[in-house]
Design a protein around this ligand. Structure first.
Ligand SMILES: [Zn+2]
Length: 686
């Protein structure tokens, strides 16, 4: 490392700009390697000093000292990972690959440091004698749990076994995903010109391209990637071809060849159960849910079971409607899984149809940003003032100073809205600086990153309704970061459990869907006219379409996920037999298939959702039930309800037990009834 790369390295300086924003205009890719090296060395020394402190452990010399450690590391990492996501290049990508194992080693060194854990463990044992505040108790508990779950305090043999299990699971998980991909690649349905009945032009064009790319010019190809198979099942009028395609899609990961995932899934379930046992948990599901809002598998099962019956009842009604369409066409067959999407599309056209192209002219990005800010003002008294004095990491990025009711600064908000090649796909909220008050108040710098299409020169950027919903969703996460009001960095903002973190983002989407909001902000980009009422109600009604089907295909997958991970010591489980039993037990309607069958259920075998696939629905229950608190008050901006939402949710970070926080906001525990109403499910009549 050359001396100059350290001397003039802006990443290692104290940032004195507004809100301590990074000096983006001076940061170059070449600064990261040396900065990481210095910052990680510093963090290691700080942590070692805490562990080696000769004084008996106290909250201040252990937990607060840990909370103060690694500041340079966090500063450098935040800038690095934000740029790696939103403004990357070959050099940053190379550093990313290089740093991933280094950072993960740094983390495990910290969490497997026995001397450090001994101090935390001693504090935990004495916690009632320490005179801790509620927030401090929560911080201590979380350190203790994080260390315990990393394997701290276990015998060297157990630690070694856990490390071997983790490594094997990582290998199997990667293999699982690759096998699904291999099965998807290996299958191709080639169509001739007279097999194209019902398929729309956009599908035919892309099917022709896929066929040509695979050496079958002049034909049309369907593949098993979701973007090909789903529209095929939705539009193809050929029942025989739909059945063939559907069967292949449903059988991914169980082809019997080298890419068969059944053995891998069984081994992963076994290893996870062993890990949970070694850590002292009853089952892997118990281990996994211990730090979630649900806390226990029973709570998650209760949720899924409460939704199951209304979901099935609605799916049966939907099935009758589809059966009616089939009869009206003079056919006699019973709806099968490969028919559902096709006839549902016909029904959608007949009953809920609107053209996305009619909506778009009313959804201007600028107006919708205003709308998101307007809600934040009405609910929480926030004002957003755009500023043009900051040099950010890309010319498209905008910045706003956020102030509160008495004009006090709250946060710096960055909006990075447009797609570009240097940005990864998707949408997310992140931060360049977290909120904390450990040594004086540190205000957050929060960023929302989207991939919207940029309008032409001087033209408005127009969004789809899904895009607009994404904007509100990520802004909800952003507010969770901006409004954070805690002392300790560990528990600030969005650092909460996986089944709680989507609550502040999803509940925010509700305000976008209010007629009074759309009337005010959905204005035609040329005429300034509000969206016609008929279009508005079509748009809002469409969200109840086909929700029985959606609920059942999802809940079945979530129940199988929990079931597989509840077995305390699974032997060589036959995952398909297990699936069959479970579906029979819950009474799965024959016409609906699981959204993800076990041999290709990537969320739970190669994603982060093992035993936690339920959490999407969990958050949705909170958001539907939570928003009804406003509706019940008769004012979607009711100040008293908004204050509770602020105090117990948006400002609270992880400083409170989630269930207690929710009850403090809502006045009672969450109930799924609101979700039934929102999705229009059978048991949900008002
Ligand atoms: Zn989210």
């Amino acid at each position: 490392m050359t001396k100059s790369s350290l001397d003039n390295n802006p990443l290692l300086e104290v940032w004195t700009g507004p809100f301590g924003a990074p000096p983006f205009e001076r940061i170059e890719a070449g600064h990261f390697r040396p900065a990481f090296e210095v910052a990680l060395k510093e963090a290691r020394e700080e942590i070692d000093r805490v562990a080696a402190n000769p004084d008996p452990p106290s909250f201040a010399n252990t937990i607060e000292a840990l909370e103060r450690s690694g500041r340079s590391r966090d500063k450098v990492s935040r800038v690095f990972f934000n740029l790696a996501g939103a403004a990357t290049n070959d050099e940053l990508q190379a550093i990313e690959r290089e740093m991933a194992p280094v950072l993960s080693r740094h983390r495990s060194e910290t969490y497997l440091n026995d001397a450090l854990f001994a101090r935390i463990d001693a504090l935990k044992a004495d916690e009632h004698k320490l005179g801790l505040s509620a927030e401090q108790t929560r911080v201590l508990a979380r350190y203790h749990l994080d260390f315990t779950r990393a394997g701290a305090g276990l015998s060297p043999e157990t630690k070694a076994r856990l490390a071997a299990i983790s490594e094997r699971l990582a290998t199997l998980g990667a293999q699982f995903g690759q096998n699904v991909l291999a099965d998807e690649k290996a299958w191709l349905l080639l169509l001739e010109k007279d097999d194209l009945d019902g398929l729309p032009d956009f599908f035919i064009a892309s099917a022709a391209r896929i066929a040509a790319d695979s050496g079958h010019a002049g034909k049309y190809a369907v593949t098993l990637s979701r973007s090909s198979i789903e529209p095929f099942l939705q539009f193809s009028a050929r029942r025989d071809l739909r059945e063939r395609a559907f069967r292949a899609w449903a059988a991914r990961g169980q082809s019997g060849g080298a890419a068969d995932n059944r053995g891998i899934a069984a081994e992963m379930v076994r290893l996870r159960a062993e890990r949970a046992r070694l850590m002292g948990y009853e089952s892997y599901a118990h281990y996994r849910l211990a730090d979630m809002m649900a806390k226990t598998p029973r709570a998650a099962l209760d949720l899924l079971e409460s939704v199951w019956t209304p979901g099935v009842l609605s799916a049966r009604k939907e099935q009758e409607a589809l059966q009616g369409i089939i009869a009206s066409e003079g056919a006699k067959f019973k709806v099968a899984p490969w028919d559902w999407r096709y006839f549902a599309e016909k029904r959608r056209k007949a009953e809920f149809d609107f053209d996305e192209g009619e909506i778009k002219p009313y959804l201007q990005l600028g107006r919708l940003i205003e709308a998101a800010f307007y809600v934040a003002d009405r609910l929480f008294g926030l004002r957003f003032t755009e500023r043009f004095d900051l040099k950010l990491y890309h010319p498209d990025v905008r910045a706003w100073t956020v102030t509160g009711r008495s004009g006090e600064p709250v946060a710096l908000f960055l909006g990075d809205y447009f797609a570009r090649p240097s940005k990864r796909s998707g949408a997310w909220a992140s931060s360049f600086r977290g909120q904390q008050k450990l040594d004086g108040s540190q205000l957050p710098i929060v960023v929302n990153v989207m991939n919207f299409a940029k309008g032409g020169e001087g033209e408005a950027s127009l969004l789809s309704f899904d895009d607009a919903r994404t904007l509100f969703h990520e802004f909800g996460h952003g507010l969770h970061g901006m409004l954070s009001d805690v002392t300790y960095p560990l528990i600030a903002g969005t650092s909460v459990a996986g089944d709680f973190v989507e609550f502040p983002s999803q509940i925010y989407e509700n305000w976008l869907e209010q007629p009074e909001m759309l009337r005010r902000f959905a204005l035609h980009y040329k005429t300034g006219e509000p969206m016609p009422e008929a279009l508005l109600s079509k748009l809002l009604n469409a969200r109840r379409f086909n929700q029985g089907f959606a609920t059942v295909e999802y809940a079945a997958s979530a129940l199988v996920d929990l079931g597989l991970h509840l077995d305390p010591s699974p032997g060589d489980v036959d995952v398909l037999a297990f699936e069959r039993q479970e579906l029979a037990r819950i009474g799965m309607p024959e016409a609906v298939a699981m959204r993800h069958r076990t041999p290709h259920f990537q969320h739970i075998f190669s994603g982060g959702y093992s035993a936690a696939y339920y959490s999407y629905l969990w958050s949705e229950i909170l958001d539907a039930d939570g928003f009804e608190a406003f509706e019940e008050s008769g004012d979607i901006f009711d100040p008293a309800v908004a204050k509770r939402l602020h105090d117990f949710v948006y400002a609270a970070g992880d400083s409170r037990d989630y269930e207690a926080a929710y009850k403090a906001f809502r006045g009672r525990a969450p109930s799924p009834q609101a979700l039934f109403r929102k999705r229009g499910l059978e048991a949900g009549g008002r």
